[in-house]
Every structure is written in C-alpha cells, then in structure tokens.
Design a protein around this ligand. Structure first.
Ligand code: NDP
Ligand code: MG
Length: 404
C-alpha cells in the first residue's frame, strides 16, 4: 500500500509557529508525516525533534550547527542532515513533498516561500514578511504553478474562513464589500508616547493575548504587525487598500471579519491560539482536532472595538504609505523595521525610535519595480545598510547629548 499520509516540510520549526505546527501534526499521525525540519542554528531543539518525528531530512542554515547535528545524531538515525540555502531549497521543492509550512521569521523566509509557491506545493504561509516584500512575485507564482496558498496568520486565516472560495480554494471576492482586520492593540494600547519611550524589550514582548516569537511581538506592540498584515491582506485577497479597514479589538476573540454588500458581517472567532489556524491550513477543506480549548463566550463576557490611533502608533501609517507608494517601498519598510526591531531588542535604540528609523530609510531609498527576487533582495540589502547607518548616527547623537 502506498503512503497516504501528506508529507510536510516545516521551515522554522523551532519557533512559536513551528512548535504549534508540530503539536498539531503529532495529533494526526495517520494523516501527516514530517518530511523535513528546518531551522537556523538551534541544534538541541533539532536533535530532540529529529528523535521524536524521525524526519527524512534536517536542515540547519548555520554550517557549524549542521556539523554539530551530524555528530550528535545517533548512528542509526533515519535523518540526513542538509545545510544552507541549497539544503532548504531541496526539502521545499522535492517532488514527494505535499505541504510546506513557511514559518521562518523575517525576510530570510522569502526565497524558500517563493520556491514552495513555484513548485506548486500546498503553502501554509505564516512568514508574512515574504508577502510584504514579494507579494506580486509570490501571488504570480501561486497562480502559475497551481500552488495552494493557505494563510496561517490568524487574521488572514479568519478572513479565508469567512470568504467564498472557488473549487480550487482560491478566495473569490464575490459580494464582498470590505475586510475588517482586527488588531489586539498590543501591550501598549493604552500607553502614552512618554511611557513607550521608556519601554523595555521584555515589556514590548509581553503580549496580552498571544505567545509569539520576539520579533513579531515587538511588531505587535508598535502596530507594525498590523501594517504588515494590512499589506498581506491586500495581496492574498486581491483587495485595493481602501477595502481593508483595521479595527482594534482588545480581546482577540474575533480574528477578523468580512463585510458583504448586503450588510452581513461574517466573523471567525476562537481562543487566541495559533493551533486553530494551523489545523485549518493542514486539514483544509476538512476540520481537524487542534488541541485548542473551546471558546467560552460567557467567560469572555464582552467584545470591545475601537479605532487605531496612528499618532501614537506611526508604524501603521508608514505601512499604509508604503502600500500607496507601491514598488519596493514595502521592501524598504520591512527591511528597516527588521533592523530597527533587532536594535531595539538589543537595547541600542528606544521603542519610539523604531518608526523614525523606518521613515528615514524610506526617505533615503529609491523606489523601483520589484520585478524579480534579485531586485527585491538588493532593495532589502541596501535598506538594511541605510538603516544600520542611521542607527550609528542616532547612537552618536545620543552619546553627544549625554556628554552635554
Ligand atoms: P520565532 O522567532 O519564534 O521563530 C523563528 C524561526 O525561524 C526559528 O525556527 C528560527 O530558527 C528560524 N530562523 C530564523 N532565522 C532564520 C534563517 N535565516 N533561516 C532559516 N530559519 C531561520 O518566530 P515565530 O514563530 O513567532 O514567527 C515565524 C513567522 O510567522 C514570522 O514571519 C511571523 O511574523 C509569523 N507569524 C507568527 C505568529 C505567532 O503566533 N508566532 C502569528 C502569525 C504570523 P532558530 O531557532 O534555529 O533560530
Ligand atoms: Mg496576525
């Protein structure tokens, strides 16, 4: 009898989305088999999961980590270790692979996400940065190869669940008026700019509703996450920016909504646990057990809504302006944000300086057509250099201010 289980490659499996994906997969050993696991350099976690899931391949981006893993795997292990970009590309495009979970964080996820789309895989897309950077290329690849893109970001997964789809699972906007993208507002929803100026990385990462990796947690605190998701929604659902509204909903029970021309609004609700979206992606069009507790609406008691405040959260404005500018502005916005967030997590800059770095980088960079992966990667690299230069200038002036 042939192998009826879907073969899955999980990219970024050591992260928050990756761990939740393995949790859901482990509940359905009859339906899924892990083909490959990929991470950057976390050898201990890779070793543990290779023993638990016995994948055919383990990919470490870092060379030293790959060597260490080879030494530490038992001699009779079924797993073969691969390394770097070529190793990653192989486990994404291998003909046997059915499903690719794209859960690498940041711009580093773009080449593998694009490769999965070009290879016609079922692409479970968590890595929102790849859509922000290469939305046009990625959506074109999905159309041309017949890949199936299933959004994992909870908001887009919710919209997908509330949106009519054709027989191939492609969302069709029939009768849709608007998409209502919900935002929790993050840990600083009620904070003043002065309080945010003094915010520490741990405070920014203490999200009230979701447990996530540190980069996306800072993005949630600055609302850049919602800005990136705004761009993501435009690409996935083929919507003009004016058809996506952002609504702050602090309880994170409604994960987003679709408003129809007849006045109906469909919402997808649930506890804030990424395993719902992951199980939906893995099982589509069926529903799978995910391990998520049932929603207790009586305990939740209320659902609140408010408008986002762009004066305290300028990252949202910068993301919207980047969409309006088109071209590589979104690549620049994303790259500058990654540099600024890393600097904030490293305590080199203040939380409130994140949007300053992004805005100045956007001012300094040319806007060109993102016609190929190399154009996008070049804009990404140049933006990182500009942003890094700005950080040096900012630190110099902060140093001078201290001396005065
Ligand atoms: P984490 O920071 O928790 O995990 C990141 C993963 O990416 C790790 O496995 C890490 O490996 C790997 N990684 C980092 N750099 C590279 C690289 N250069 N090449 C290959 N792998 C790399 O991130 P999250 O799980 O929070 O987020 C992953 C993606 O999903 C992000 O794009 C995020 O925006 C998106 N997302 C996350 C949500 C969440 O709930 N966390 C919700 C919605 C979207 P290693 O451990 O070896 O460093
Ligand atoms: Mg989200």
């Amino acid at each position: 009898m042939g192998n009826l289980r879907a073969l899955v490659s999980v990219l970024g499996f050591t992260g928050s989305i990756g761990a939740n994906t393995l949790d859901v997969i482990a509940r359905h050993p009859d339906r899924f088999e892990v083909y490959a696991l990929a991470a950057h350099s976390s050898v201990d976690a890779m070793l543990a999961q290779c023993l638990a899931f016995a994948p055919r391949y383990a990919v470490m981006m870092d060379e030293a980590a790959a060597t260490q893993l080879r030494q530490r795997l038992p001699a009779d292990a079924v797993t073969e270790v691969k390394q770097g970009d070529s190793g990653l590309a192989e486990v994404v495009t291998a003909p046997q692979v059915d499903v690719v979970m794209a859960a690498i964080v940041g711009a580093a996820g773009l080449p593998s996400t694009l490769a999965a789309a070009r290879a016609g895989k079922t692409l479970l897309l968590a890595n929102k940065e790849s859509l922000v950077m290469g939305g046009h290329l990625l959506m074109q690849a999905v159309r041309e190869s017949g890949a199936r893109l299933l959004p994992i970001d909870s908001e887009h997964n919710a919209i997908f669940q509330c949106m009519p789809v054709d027989e191939h699972g492609i969302p069709v906007g029939r009768g849709v008026d608007k998409v209502l993208l919900t935002a929790s507002g993050g840990p600083f929803r009620r904070w003043s700019l002065e309080q945010m100026f003094a915010a520490t990385p741990d405070q920014a990462c203490a999200h009230p509703n979701w447990a996530m990796g540190r980069k996306i947690s800072v993005d949630s605190a600055s609302l850049m996450n919602k800005g990136l998701e705004f761009i993501e929604a435009c690409w996935i659902f083929d919507l003009a920016p004016e058809r996506v509204d952002i609504v702050v909903h602090p309880q994170s029970i409604i994960h987003s909504m679709v408003q129809y021309l007849d006045g109906s609004v469909l919402a997808q609700m649930g506890n804030p646990d990424m395993r719902t979206a992951i199980a939906y992606g893995l099982g589509w069009p069926e529903r799978l057990v995910s391990g998520v507790a049932p929603l207790d609406l009586v305990a939740a008691a209320r659902l609140d809504f408010e408008a986002p405040d762009e004066s305290r959260f300028p990252c949202l404005r910068l993301a919207r302006e980047s969409v309006a500018a088109g071209g590589t502005a979104m690549v620049v916005c994303n790259a500058a944000n990654e540099v600024a967030v890393a600097a904030f997590l490293d305590q080199q800059i203040r939380f409130t300086e994140i949007p300053i770095v992004i805005e100045r980088t956007l001012e300094q960079m040319d806007n060109v057509e993102p016609i190929s992966l190399s154009v996008i990667e070049s804009a990404d690299g140049q933006s990182r250099q500009v942003a890094a230069g700005l950080l040096v200038d900012m630190q110099r002036s902060a140093g001078k201010a201290k001396q005065v």
